[in-house]
Design a protein around this ligand. Structure first.
Ligand code: DAH
Length: 344
């Protein structure tokens, strides 16, 4: 019996040495210390022993039992500690590692500059009006004193919209000027003072430097005694607020809907007026068109041109952006190049 016990103990300890999972360990315990274990079998043999032999044998069996229990406990602690260490190592966080940068969105530069333009004119009492991008030929041209077949129509290469009535009466507005009529017809015979920002469309088949879609901001002020001086003061104030310290100048020009008409320049924002490639060494950059609203247009809007007068202007926020940041091509703002756009 003693021999049997020793063999069993040796076998159990040897096996324990190669156990490396808690499940295997529990199976081991079942095998060597459970009800069906050899230890149980050996204990049953006690009945055959004499009364004198029995106590010593009983002690011996208990000692083996205790030894195996202790070995089990030690192995269990070891495996548990190892499992815990492995888990900690797996979940380790390097708190010194730099974080991933958060991608933050931002306003497109054209939206930013539109807001600046709106704020500048709001300070001077201009409301912001919206008018449709799809227009009738009447609003886009006729009411603005641009009759069909008039040579000035060549100034605008037009997208026509196919409608059930035909293909020549509905257009994508070529400028924000039709909004003048919508606003004035709303306010007449009272005074009008609004800007009209929005998208415009031109069929630019020839000139690769022009976009088919672009922004304009139209502005009009109609009242009792509005003069060119008001126009100049308003635009000077706008230029100062949006572009910083610049000078402005008027050059005579022609638009069918204004009389007189002017082209407005600002002193070159690239060279401060000393002459450079951007201003073609003139020291000036063109920024917008403007003038006193033509009597015919005032009449079309419901005003009596004998009693009321007004000025109008049309500017390109893309152009303003270009001058504000010294960017050679305003088209760059619309290429969707995020690395470029993020600079603003
Ligand atoms: N509508 C003109 C264009 O797109 C710009 C313009 C010029 C608007 C003079 C005006 C103005 O209101 O007075 O070419």
């Amino acid at each position: 019996m003693i021999e049997q016990l020793d063999q069993m103990q040796q076998a159990a300890l040897a096996e324990l040495g190669s156990i490396n999972t808690l499940e295997a360990l529990r199976a081991w315990r079942q095998r060597y210390l459970g009800k069906q274990s050899p230890l149980g079998e050996i204990s049953k043999g006690m009945g055959k022993l004499s009364a004198a032999e029995r106590p010593a044998m009983g002690q011996r069996i208990n000692a083996v039992k205790q030894l195996l229990e202790q070995a089990f406990a030690a192995c269990e602690t070891e495996l548990q500690t190892a499992a815990q260490a492995a888990e900690l190592a797996r979940d380790q966080v390097d708190v010194t590692m730099p974080g991933r940068p958060v991608q933050s969105g931002r306003l497109h530069p054209i939206t930013q500059v539109l807001r600046e333009i709106e704020a500048a004119f709001a300070q001077m009492g201009f409301g912001v009006w919206e008018s449709p991008e799809v227009e009738s030929d009447e609003y886009n041209f006729e009411l603005l004193n641009i009759p069909a077949n008039h040579p000035s129509r060549d100034m605008w290469d037009t997208f026509y919209v196919q409608t059930p009535q035909g293909a020549d009466q509905v257009v994508l507005r070529t400028h924000t000027s039709p909004g003048q009529l919508h606003a004035m017809r709303y306010f007449a015979p009272g005074p009008t003072r609004v800007i009209l920002p929005g998208k415009c469309y031109r069929y630019e088949a020839v000139d690769a430097t022009h976009d088919m879609q672009f922004y304009q901001v139209e502005g009009i002020a109609v009242g009792d005694n509005i003069t060119m001086a008001d126009l100049k003061g308003t635009l000077a104030q706008f230029a100062e607020q949006v572009l910083g310290t610049v000078k402005i100048r008027f050059r005579p020009s022609y638009f069918p809907f204004t009389e007189p008409s002017v082209e407005v320049d600002v002193s070159c924002t690239f060279c401060q007026g000393s002459g450079c490639r951007m201003c073609k060494h003139t020291g000036w950059l063109e920024i917008l068109g403007a003038g006193m609203i033509h009597p015919t247009v005032l009449r079309n809007a419901g005003y009596d041109p004998e009693k009321m007068s007004g000025f109008a202007f049309g500017l390109g926020p893309g152009r303003v952006l270009q001058l504000k940041y010294g960017v050679s091509e305003s088209r760059l703002f619309f290429t969707g190049n995020v690395r470029f756009l993020e600079q603003f």
